[in-house]
Design a protein around this ligand. Structure first.
Ligand SMILES: [Zn+2]
Length: 258
């Protein structure tokens, strides 16, 4: 029998004051004017790490990693050096919090685009310590299994054969932390493919990190309106074009390097 799922409580009073630069009722981007940001935890210009000003999740410690001082750029097009810096810094801060022993678990994720559930366009990630909920209870080995697109010692890039939600999910599995730069590059390929070569209507994705199997896993999910079979019945779907998508990715991003 499956146990009761743990819920996080969303604070509506704080939620109603949250600024949006995606969708309706747009405001000036709060991450562009750094002079007005408070509760800075670490400044590694242009990366800035701070407490979330609108902590809508009760029983948590919410932090934000602003990736750059440029509003209109995106992880999928960062120069390699900046890509390595952002992912390396984010993973370091996430693991630091996870290993502090202060939380049941710590989630690390990123939203991009109107269908991602995010509220601010400016490229950023979130690291949130959960006092009571352990996300690992909701994760399974099969979430990270897939057709290998590319692999090197200690790091693998695959296409999910058993997506958590569907229909197409990309996994990057890191077993050797010293290969984190390569992990960042695989993540960038997945993001770039999702936004530029996947589906004409794809403008959004989520990126999630997990401590899993003695290493780190990242999952990038291109986002569309969520299908009713998943919403109502938790039945995920998988695309019937897995081989074709893998072939396209290999051809476009990896063939010439072989
Ligand atoms: Zn901005």
């Amino acid at each position: 029998m499956i146990g009761m799922r743990e819920h996080l409580r969303f604070n509506m009073q704080i939620g109603k004051d949250k600024p949006f630069t995606i969708g309706n009722h747009k405001v000036e981007c709060p991450f562009c004017d750094r002079s007005r940001l408070v509760d800075i935890l670490e400044d590694r210009h242009p990366i800035l790490y701070l407490k979330n000003k609108f902590p809508v999740l009760e029983d948590t410690y919410q932090t934000v990693l602003i990736e750059t001082d440029t509003c209109e750029t995106e992880l999928s097009v960062y120069p390699r050096e900046h890509l390595h810096a952002v992912v390396g810094f984010g993973v370091a801060k996430w693991l630091e919090m996870a290993r502090s022993g202060e939380f049941a678990s710590v989630v690390f994720y990123k939203n991009h685009g109107p269908n991602s559930g995010g509220s601010l366009r400016h490229p950023h990630m979130q690291i949130v310590g959960l006092n009571r909920v352990d996300y690992r209870n909701n994760v399974r080995d099969q979430d990270f299994q897939g057709l290998v697109i590319a692999a090197e010692d200690g790091v693998e890039f695959n296409l999910s054969t058993h997506p958590r939600m569907g229909f197409t999910e990309f996994n990057v599995l890191l077993r050797d932390l010293s290969r984190i730069d390569r992990m960042a590059e695989y993540i960038q390929v997945a993001a770039h493919y999702a936004l530029h070569h996947f589906h004409a209507t794809c403008t959004s994705y989520n990126l999630f990190f997990y401590e899993w199997g003695g290493g780190i896993a990242a999952k990038l999910i291109p986002r569309f309106i969520v299908g009713p079979l998943f919403v109502g019945f938790s039945i995920p779907q998988v695309t019937n074009r897995l081989d074709e998508i893998r072939e396209t990715l290999q051809e476009r991003y990896f063939r010439e390097q072989e």
